[in-house]
Ligand binder design. Structure first.
Ligand code: SF4
Ligand code: SF4
Length: 62
């Protein structure tokens, strides 16, 4: 399995990912995006929505 992470220092707070996420799993706080992983279904749609390449799939440890 994998989960989504935001690279904080790359995020410029544009909000595109929040608008794109069909699961409403993303929110803005402190000027950067965050993911509520319990709502995320790892569809990946937020990744191309980010012009800053700040959203990554990260493999979970077994
Ligand atoms: S992977 Fe899909 S469900 Fe998860 S945060 Fe991104 S857009 Fe939302
Ligand atoms: S789309 Fe990228 S730069 Fe914009 S708020 Fe989301 S993570 Fe940050």
């Amino acid at each position: 399995m994998a989960h989504i992470e935001i690279v904080d220092f790359l995020c410029d707070g544009c909000g595109n990912c929040v608008d794109t996420c069909p699961m409403v799993a993303m929110y803005m706080e402190g000027g950067v995006a965050h993911v509520q992983t319990e709502f995320c279904d790892t569809c990946g749609l937020c990744i191309p929505a980010c012009n800053r390449d700040a959203i990554k799939f990260v493999e979970d440890d077994e």
